[in-house]
Design a binder for this molecule. Structure first.
Ligand SMILES: [Zn+2]
Length: 126
């Protein structure tokens, strides 16, 4: 297993031990949405949301990520990537720092890995 994949798996494991983080799951309509648009498009949306809502800490930090509608939003809560406060707490990324490309790639990889696992378990593919 490559190093990046290992880091992501370890983090997902750590998150799964949090009662709050592990309470988030994809709803049926979100799984249906993934079926409709495909995982590549979901990934594009993940980059859009991270760039728009997390790259630079917004004024409403802590309130920028809804808990419904888009699978990426749910994944962000499940992965501690919902706001800059949570990114600092779970991923040691200082709140006030602008996110680097590396950090953005890491966040999106984590989110996508979580979504793929949830998606597969919904489809009984695990
Ligand atoms: Zn948060």
């Amino acid at each position: 297993m490559d190093k990046r994949k290992e880091i992501i798996n370890n983090k997902l494991n750590e998150l799964s031990k949090s009662k709050f983080r592990s309470s988030f799951h994809l709803r049926k309509y979100m799984v249906k949405y993934i079926d409709e648009i495909g995982l590549n498009k979901i990934k594009t949306h993940a980059y859009d949301f991270v760039n728009k809502n997390l790259k630079v800490r917004p004024i409403n930090d802590g309130k920028q990520t809804p808990t419904k509608n888009h699978p990426v939003f749910i994944a962000q809560h499940a992965c501690g990537c919902c706001c800059r406060g949570c990114l600092e707490k779970w991923h040691n990324i200082p709140k006030e720092k602008e996110l680097s490309d590396n950090e953005i790639n890491y966040i999106v990889s984590l989110i996508m890995e979580w979504i793929i696992k949830e998606y597969k378990s919904n489809k009984n593919m695990l």
